[in-house]
Design a protein around this ligand. Structure first.
Ligand code: ACO
Length: 444
């Protein structure tokens, strides 16, 4: 099959959010720390009515309904998540309930887990199947979803929640480019979840940001090398129209784009960046905590960042970190910030990072199938109005809801107590966990 890639996209985020400026005050943090220092405006969160199953049920059913896809037309379904509930039983099997009425149980794929990277693993598994001898002519479906929560303290403001679903197949308007996918995998204890009865990770925030930047450097260097081997031409930030990143918080993404520019400078492209010329001989691996270089690179790259990356942060700044779904929410954010016509022929570079750690840089080319691209757009025309219609919750109430989740997230039996009145129509929610931990859901 040719032009394997993304045919349709959907995003779901909870209807409740907390305001980051109010959270700064509630947490006793200095004014501007979360909003300016980390670049976050609001943060989505779930009550005890939602878990990773319900988020995935909602996003998949929305996608299938909007694009009138039959469940019999799906041959592979892959889920990326790190918000495990039943551990040995994949979220994918829960989603098979949606397929029951169609009679289609011939659906390959299970879950992929490694922090925020699972969505990328799911995406690649879908693409690999479509390009393989096992492909039977049907669509693949990639789902990425997480609930990002932290204990009280400095990391809590970098939470979030949401789910993304992509329909994949051949002749797609968003084509996965071949031959340049570049990966870096390494052992690191920067963020992990060893406590099986808690939703919270153990996280070394500073180390996780440093690991993210190490992985970015490695993947970008390799991407440049593979691009040169394929096109006999150097790759620099000028060769792509968009750079999207896994987004734990927006400020890290701005630093990351600046870091790509610094990579280009050190790689001999300093003529394009005169203000950074004095840094052209630095050893990049020694600059992760160098504020002078970081500031200079952010200043020099600001205009290009605003054009090629900032539009991808419109959702992240309002939703927060969606872990596996974060990078793919950034793609949706970038798409809805531009008209379909403007994107034809553009190259979008994506950087995926999952702590622990696994990372890949890869790219998407927007093809010239205008009708298909427009169809993809109709599916996400409601995203901004949905965001605007969310319900703001007081930080003190948010704090109580988090305290309840701590007790109930892995407790059986449990009857959820949160109100469902504010939920968007079509939202799946948890109605009961019985004494053997079996979960039941209903749809609003
Ligand atoms: N006004 C403006 N800016 C401020 C203010 C203020 N009043 N106060 C602080 N800042 C700035 C700081 O200077 C800093 O910016 P800089 O890094 O550019 O210097 C930024 O706000 C954050 O302040 P810190 O003191 O560094 O924040 P802290 O260490 O308390 O926590 C952290 C931040 C580490 C990100 C924490 O929230 C965390 O651990 N989050 C979870 C881990 C994470 O997201 N890691 C990222 C990659 S891995 C993943 O995706 C999970």
């Amino acid at each position: 099959p040719v032009d394997v890639g993304i045919l349709a996209v959907e995003i779901y985020f909870p209807c409740h959010y907390v305001d980051q400026a109010e959270l700064e005050e509630f947490d006793g943090a200095s004014t501007g720390k979360y909003t300016i220092g980390l670049g976050q405006t609001t943060m989505a969160f779930c009550t005890d009515r939602e878990d990773v199953h319900s988020l995935c049920l909602t996003v998949v059913e929305r996608l299938m309904e909007k694009h009138r896809i039959s469940y019999t037309d799906i041959g592979r379904l892959e889920v990326g998540t790190e918000t495990l509930v039943d551990k040995s039983k994949s979220v994918k099997t829960v989603l098979m309930q949606l397929f029951e009425r169609s009679g289609n149980s011939d659906v390959e794929g299970v879950d992929s887990t490694n922090a925020c990277y699972g969505g990328t693993a799911a995406l690649f598994n879908c693409a690999n199947w479509l390009e393989s001898s096992a492909w039977d002519g049907r669509y693949a479906l990639m789902v990425a979803s997480d609930i990002a929560v932290y204990p009280r303290g400095n990391a809590r403001c970098t939470g979030g929640a949401g789910a993304v679903a992509f329909l994949l197949g051949p002749n797609a308007p968003l084509i996965l480019e071949r031959g340049t996918r570049s990966t870096h995998m390494q052992h690191a204890y920067d963020f992990y979840k060893p406590n099986m009865t808690s939703e919270y990770p153990l996280v070394d925030g500073k180390l996780s940001a440093a690991c993210y930047l190490v992985a970015l450097d490695k993947c970008y260097k390799l991407y440049k090398k593979k691009y040169y081997a394929k096109h006999s031409k150097s790759f620099t930030v000028f060769q792509a129209d968009a750079f999207l990143f896994h987004t734990p918080y927006c400020k890290l993404v701005q630093k990351s784009f600046a870091r790509l520019v610094m990579n280009d400078v050190v790689d001999g492209q300093h003529n394009n960046w005169p203000s950074l010329e004095s840094h052209k001989d630095v050893e990049l691996s020694e600059t992760f905590f160098n504020k002078e270089i970081e500031k200079a690179a952010m200043k020099a790259s600001l205009k290009m960042f605003e054009e090629k990356t900032k539009p991808s942060l419109n959702l992240s700044t309002r939703i927060g970190n969606m872990y596996t779904a974060s990078l793919y929410g950034a793609l949706i954010s970038f798409l809805i910030s531009h008209s379909a016509e403007k994107l034809i022929g553009k190259r979008i570079v994506l950087f995926s990072y999952g702590s622990g750690l696994s990372s890949t840089m890869f790219s998407i080319r927007v093809g010239d199938k205008m009708n298909q691209l427009k169809r993809l757009y109709t599916g996400i025309s409601d995203v901004v109005s949905r965001l605007d219609s969310r319900t703001k919750i007081d930080p003190a109430v948010f704090d109580e809801i988090m305290a309840l989740r701590e007790i109930t997230c892995h407790t059986a039996p449990h009857s959820p107590v949160a109100d469902v009145a504010a939920f968007f129509p079509g939202t799946w929610y948890l109605t009961n966990i019985d004494e053997t931990y079996r979960r039941k859901y209903e749809r609003k």
